[in-house]
Design a protein. Structure first.
Lengths: 408, 466, 103
């Protein structure tokens, strides 16, 4: 942990605060969240919440507490600084470490890799000055078919969590990470998630967040896939005053495969940004992304995609699609799907479409007696279904009902 | 301050030098004195001089773009910003090096064009052709002259539109052009007039065609039609390494303007162009943009759809060979309802060349009936070549149907195998596939250009040009 | 709710003066026949018109040259396409008042 903290702070100190003039921050209303001010107030070495409360450091730990619920193989909930963990039989081998304890060397190595690649201060922040965090490790050869839940309840208005997820060789795990910040109105939540899938590890990762009506949410994810490792991911963004996520998947070795999905609903007054990078460092890898969003009147979404194929990454298959559905006048959607291709032996396409609800389909439903509001819900759900269906079944209903509620 | 310099044709791989023997040149670098000299040499009225000076001030103030092709080697202080060729053009066709004449033979450039390009200038053949076209245009009330002449003879028209589509401080290179522009075309087409033959710069036998800082202004009045062609497929060697043209087009209600460019500058040229059109109610503007040459090209023809039922199209082809970076694309801004747009971009990269598409589709709020379709296809011919796509889509109205797709591909083993099994050599097969790839665009060109372009691509594929 | 608020002293408006009312940014121009007020944000890419140039009673945005008629806020040159909001101006004594939303 010490090494990570020292290296991350070194990098953090050298990076500048983001500015509106930069390409990746051009569209973000930074003035509504004021990161620099938050740093001075809550996070500098002088103000860190743990500085004057060493008992927090001592007390933050993992507590084992019996069985997980029906439908879940493993659950860990964070409440008042404790990680409470519930297991089923098959997950006895799963290791859990609090961020401030000693964690395994391989975890340190993965984080060091992440730190070396940092180029944005906001992303470095939750590695340099995290307020809480967790390392979850699925051992080699362990296959867990039922899903795993990591629920992070946020009750402070300043939160910098970092989660490290490690899947060993030949393992399988389906993880849902859920940030619940509803009890912290005005929250500034800047979280990081780092993931490494060793050879042939098959992983699913869903990240979902419940936000109060005011507040800023930032998430940066980096996933590293080794030989034949696969990752199916889904980011869910429903509402939120200012929400910006940066999702990067590095296909590091042959046979790596990424299926990346995103479902978003920009309600009135929401500003949702998603940056996605499919980075093909090695050849013979595949990545396929589908981000679908619905923007209500008065909402705004920004999707920036990037497929990068390095010079040596031959036999790459990479696809990117963004689909935006606009629900009323005053809805705004920006879509910037980019390609940077460094060799010719690739199959690569991308597409983006933006439009409104299909008049014909609406008419059809209404002609069958379904009221207009409900008909729209049905069509919107149908539209997002393609992405939502990748989420572990036990969690789908939660997401669907929240989407329906946000649009009513 | 200024000097008469004898310029040697010297060594060059292909094309030939413009201007040639004796020239009047201002000294290197750019300052107020140079701008005043340019204005003076053109006998301009005070208002145009003042406008140039505003451009100079903006040029100094504005930063270089922090995106796009690599422009780090441009040294603004080393460039000659104005050179007026004298009439003393004794260049003869026979004096041109063998390879040049051979290239023209291969490409099949018509005799009259060759002689003009050879600098033989106002040759008998071209004169007659030119005269016939000119009297026809005059009868219809079409104005087609050099912008310098327009400033002098049609000041109300010029003052009304000049700089309203691309203002003096739009970007660093438009500001530069505002300060030192020279040559280009001014076209005004009266209401209802259709100009059936494409207008081309060399019809005016303007010695300053193919200049560094051309300024073109086209005004198509209500219900009119004109097709303008700029450049030519013949490789042109320019001693001037910085080319920064500005083209402004206004298509008034119901008018249609098509602007075709085939650019094939030599490999020392930085070609940084600002081209923009406004289309009013029911007007149509089509940009057909072919970029074959130059070291670096940055060019994004734009159409602003300002009136209902207007339509804008950009058809762009780029060929990036060894050492080249073609950074091109198109921009369409929908600012009125029931407007539509199509952008088609096709690029080919070979021998390490880099072809990038950069585009924008923007739809303002409170509009209905918007349709837009963008297709970007990139063909990579070998492992060293590269392509990038940076499309920006900004939609602020609900009643929009917008589709964008981009594909990267290479000549597949299967395609090659199939064609070779039918008796074609590998290079013939490659060429056929490349031609098939470009076909939709080539179909849009006037026949003789299409033929020339095809032959030029053939030469590029063989690697025997430049 | 709109109301008349004082934003500057008449003598301070020499050519161009940028003023702030709450979080709103306004630019005042002095022309031969009076003082005019526009929102100090270009409708193209949000640069400040108060930092631009004035030629022939039009203001040119410093970023890309969009121009607006100072009296009416109407676009007179691209790349902007939407007009800029104007505010009625009243002089009372030595103060300049503008009629503006009071949030």
């Amino acid at each position: 942990m010490e090494r990570v903290r020292i290296e991350a702070r070194e990098v953090f100190d050298k990076l500048p605060w983001p500015e509106r003039s930069w390409e990746s921050w051009r569209r973000t209303p930074l003035e509504k969240v004021k990161p620099e001010q938050k740093f001075r107030q809550f996070s500098s070495p002088y103000n860190h919440p743990y500085n004057n409360r060493p008992e927090l450091l001592m007390s933050s730990r993992v507590l084992e507490s019996g069985r997980s619920r029906e439908g879940w193989a493993f659950e860990v909930h964070r409440t008042s600084n404790l990680w409470v963990c519930h297991r089923s039989e098959e997950t006895q081998g799963v290791e859990l470490y609090d961020w401030f304890s000693d964690f395994p060397e391989e975890g340190t190595l993965v984080l060091e890799k992440r730190i070396q690649r940092l180029s944005d201060r906001m992303q470095a922040w939750n590695l340099a000055y995290p307020t809480h965090g967790l390392i979850l490790k699925v051992p080699n050869h362990q296959r867990i078919s039922a899903p795993i839940l990591i629920q992070v309840e946020e009750d402070e208005i300043f939160s910098l969590p970092h989660l490290l997820i490690l899947l060993g060789r030949d393992s399988e795990a389906h993880i849902v990470v859920r940030f619940d910040a509803r009890k912290a109105p005005g929250i500034f939540l800047n979280g990081g998630i780092t993931y490494q899938g060793e050879a042939n590890a098959q992983g699913t990762l869903v990240v979902d967040r419940l936000l109060p009506s005011e507040g800023g949410f930032f998430l940066s994810f980096e996933g590293y896939l080794k030989r034949d490792a696969s990752l199916r991911s889904v980011e869910i963004h429903v509402g939120g005053q200012v929400s910006k996520s940066n999702w990067k998947v590095e296909l590091e070795e042959e046979g790596a495969k990424g299926d990346l999905g995103g479902a978003y609903v920009a309600t009135e007054g929401s500003h949702l940004e998603m940056e996605l990078t499919q980075s093909h460092r090695s050849g013979h890898a595949q990545s396929n992304s589908l981000y679908k969003g619905v923007v209500a009147s008065g909402g705004k979404s920004v999707f920036q995609g990037l497929i990068v194929v390095g010079e040596g990454a031959t036999k790459t298959d990479a696809y990117l699609a963004n689909r935006n559905l606009l629900l009323g006048s005053g809805a705004r959607a920006d879509s910037i799907p980019r390609l940077v291709i460094g060799n010719d032996d690739v199959r690569c396409t991308h597409g983006s479409t933006t439009g409104k609800l299909n008049e014909m389909q609406l008419f059809y439903l209404r002609s069958r007696g379904i009221p207009s509001g409900e008909a729209r819900q049905i069509l919107i759900e149908g539209f997002l279904e393609e992405v939502i269906s990748s989420i572990p079944h036990v969690y789908q209903k939660d997401v669907l009902s929240r989407i329906a509620e946000s649009l009513s | 301050m200024s000097e008469t310099v004898t310029v040697d044709i010297g060594e060059y791989k292909y094309g030939f030098a413009f201007p040639d023997r004796s020239v009047f040149k201002t000294r290197r670098g750019l300052d107020e004195e140079i701008v005043r000299t340019i204005s003076q040499m053109k006998n301009e009225p005070e208002w145009m001089l003042q406008y140039r000076l505003r451009g100079l001030e903006a040029f100094r103030r504005k930063p270089m773009p922090n995106w796009g092709a690599d422009l780090s080697e441009i040294n603004f202080d080393e460039i000659y910003y104005y050179a007026k060729p004298t009439d003393d053009r004794k260049e003869r066709w026979e004096e041109l090096p063998e390879e040049i004449r051979a290239t023209y033979d291969r490409i099949g450039i018509p005799e009259a064009e060759r002689k003009f390009l050879a600098g033989v200038g106002a040759q008998y053949d071209s004169e007659i052709v030119y005269h016939n076209i000119r009297s026809d245009l005059e009868r219809k009330g079409v104005i087609f002259c050099a912008p310098e002449d327009a400033v002098r003879d049609y000041p109300e028209l010029v003052r009304k539109y000049f700089g309203t589509v691309i203002p003096f401080n739009d970007n660093k290179f438009a500001a530069l052009n505002t300060a030192v522009w020279s040559g280009g075309s001014f076209i005004y087409v009266p209401p209802g007039v259709r100009v059936e033959i494409p207008l081309q710069a060399y019809f005016r036998i303007n010695l300053e065609s193919f200049g560094q800082f051309e300024r073109t202004l086209i005004i198509a009045d209500e219900g009119s039609f004109v097709h303008y062609i700029e450049g030519c497929t013949a490789p042109i060697y320019s001693r001037n390494s910085l080319h920064s043209a500005v083209v402004e087009i206004l298509a008034l209600k119901g008018a249609r303007v098509r602007y075709t460019t085939i650019q094939n500058w030599s490999s020392n040229v930085y070609n940084l162009v600002t081209k923009r059109a406004v289309a009013y109610e029911e007007a149509v503007v089509e940009w057909v943009d072919g970029n074959i040459g130059s070291k670096r090209t940055m060019k994004y023809p734009a159409v602003y759809l300002l009136g209902p039922k207007a339509h804008g199209e950009v058809l762009s082809i780029a060929f990036a060979g060894k050492g080249q970076e073609q950074d091109t694309g198109g921009k369409i801004v929908h600012a009125a309802s029931d407007t539509s747009s199509i952008i088609t971009s096709k690029s080919i990269s070979k021998d390490g060349g880099i072809a990038s598409y950069r585009g924008l589709i923007k739809v303002y709020p409170n509009l209905v009936g918007i349709k837009s379709h963008v297709v970007c296809d990139a063909l990579l011919l070998d492992p060293q070549s590269k392509t990038n796509t940076y499309p920006y889509i900004e939609i602020e109205s609900e009643d929009v149907s917008m589709e964008h797709e981009a594909r990267v591909s290479r000549i597949s083993e299967e395609q090659l195998f199939y064609l070779r099994s039918r008796g074609l050599s590998e290079s013939e097969a490659s060429l056929m596939i490349v031609n098939g790839f470009l076909d939709p665009m080539v179909k849009q060109l006037p026949l003789e250009y299409a033929v020339e372009l095809n032959r030029l691509i053939e030469l590029e594929m063989e690697g025997s040009v430049g | 709710m709109k109301e008349w608020v004082p934003v500057a002293r008449v003598e301070d408006v020499k050519g161009v003066l940028r003023v702030e009312y709450g979080s709103q940014e306004i630019v005042l121009f002095r022309l031969p026949d009076g003082i005019f007020a526009l929102r100090d944000t270009c409708s193209h890419e949000y640069a400040r018109l108060s930092e631009g140039e004035i030629w022939d009673e039009k203001v040119y945005c410093p970023k890309h040259g969009s121009s607006f008629d100072i009296r009416t806020g109407v676009v007179s040159g691209l790349p902007a396409v939407l007009p800029v909001e104007t505010f009625p101006v009243r002089i009372e004594g030595d103060e300049v008042y503008v009629y503006i939303e009071n949030w």
